[in-house]
Design a protein around this ligand. Structure first.
Ligand code: PLP
Length: 416
């Protein structure tokens, strides 16, 4: 009875923090400091040896604090807590989701390399892959969720890209239609092109499901990235990102972060720790509200189609992936309104409680029009194949009383 496994939500208030080191303060203070005082020159030397990888940390040695670009208690404790949800060895927190994603890509890709990525990906990620990386001689190839592992391997081989493939990057569920990708397939493709001298890394953007509803590291992913701006932050009041994974890869990610200097600051770290205390209750309530909202939309005469993971048909391959990979249908849903842009805009402009804004995963419900907003940069052809049309509206369901959310949607649909 002495040893108990505590659930992550039970540890979010205290894990990794020692009150005695901070005058007994029950909460971790904001360590708003750039640098840390060494007790002796010998100690400073020892800390640097470990930080710069000149020697491994001794078994009982504490990693010393040096300078806030390398480490800061608010970030370190936050990172330890984030690891608990995903079952990761290590975590590194960044000043945005994009800095987390771009740092991973820059660390694992070199000129001449190829990146396989799921389509569609977040607009910023798409821009980085297709506009920024080519400037460095790195090229991305998109794949869709109707391709099998065998088809993908054959396509890569026939194009002569096998040697150059270094990363499989996946966003599942895909934004804004909730299309699911099978992580087992991604892992198989990566393995097919990995060798003694070359790892093909599988990286999953898990922002849409947050740390609660999908754990990609348990399905073959090597790295998980988050926009912590979304569910992890959860209050629409900060921008941050995170990367999690095995130590072998995280050491490299952390080192590049040190030299790009794109770590989050102590204030953001502190806010995120505060957010993590309510992560489970927030997300659970949001998912429960989403069930009710999706059910309402499904039966509304002005709604043509609802894209919600809780409505996947039994027996379909999408449903099989859902059962395998996800714990929950989440709180993101989209729907096609009858009509086109005019009706969609009328609906959005008529909302009274739900805010018309991009972003997602926050306590307040948000609505937006992907075709002209988050996905306006996507090519016409890709928009068509992904079902991003004039009539599509995306909803991020918040923690309000579900009947108020539904009331707002109902009155706005009446005006559309
Ligand atoms: C928002 C978002 C990002 C980018 O994160 P920032 O924190 O805005 O930099 C990346 N991926 C997904 C899926 C997102 O929703």
């Amino acid at each position: 009875m002495d040893n108990r496994y505590f659930h992550p939500e039970s540890l979010m208030m205290s894990y990794g923090y020692k009150p005695a080191l901070s005058e007994g303060a029950i909460k971790c203070p904001i360590f708003q400091t750039s640098t840390f005082v060494f007790n002796s020159a010998e100690e400073g030397k020892a800390f640097f040896e470990v930080a710069y990888g000149q020697r491994e940390k001794a078994p009982n040695e504490e990693l010393g604090l040096i300078y806030s670009r390398l480490n800061n208690p608010d970030l370190q404790i936050l990172e330890e807590r984030l690891c608990l949800w995903d079952g990761a060895d290590e975590c590194a927190v960044f000043e945005s989701g994009m800095s987390a994603i771009s740092t991973v890509m820059l660390e694992f890709l070199r000129p001449g390399d190829v990146l396989l990525y799921s389509k569609p990906v977040y607009g910023g990620t798409d821009h980085f892959i297709n506009k920024v990386l080519p400037e460095y001689g790195i090229h991305g190839f998109g794949f869709t969720n109707n391709q099998s592992a065998e088809e993908l391997v054959e396509e890569i081989q026939s194009k002569g890209l096998g040697e150059k493939l270094k990363m499989v990057y996946v966003e599942t569920p895909a934004n804004p239609t909730n299309a699911l990708f099978d992580l087992e397939i991604c892992k198989k493709v990566a393995d097919a092109f990995s060798s003694e001298s070359k790892d093909v890394v599988v990286c999953v953007d898990n922002t849409y499901m947050g740390p609660l509803w999908q754990h990609p590291l348990k399905h073959g992913a090597d790295l998980v990235v988050y926009s912590a701006t979304k569910y992890i932050g959860g209050h629409s009041d900060l921008i941050a990102g995170a990367v999690l994974g095995h130590s072998k890869y995280m050491k490299r990610v952390r080192t590049l972060r040190t030299f790009l200097g794109n770590m989050a600051g102590p204030w953001t770290g502190w806010l995120l720790m505060r957010s993590l205390e309510t992560l489970k209750v927030r997300m659970t309530q949001q998912a429960e509200n989403a069930i009710k909202v999706a059910e309402f939309l499904k039966n509304h005469p002005k709604v043509e189609k609802v894209y919600y993971l809780g409505h996947l048909e039994q027996g379909t391959s999408q449903h099989a992936i859902f059962k395998k990979q996800l714990f929950c249908a989440g709180a993101m849903l989209s729907f096609d309104i009858k009509g086109g842009e005019k009706e969609a805009f009328k609906f959005l402009n008529s909302l009274r409680l739900i805010k018309l804004a991009v972003s997602l995963g926050s306590t307040e419900s948000l609505a937006e029009h992907p075709e002209t907003m988050t996905h306006s940069d996507v090519s016409e052809e890709d928009k068509r194949t992904m079902g991003i049309t004039e009539k599509l509206i995306r909803l991020s369901v918040g923690v309000e009383h579900y009947s108020d959310i539904i009331w707002d949607i109902e009155q706005a649909l009446e005006k559309a």
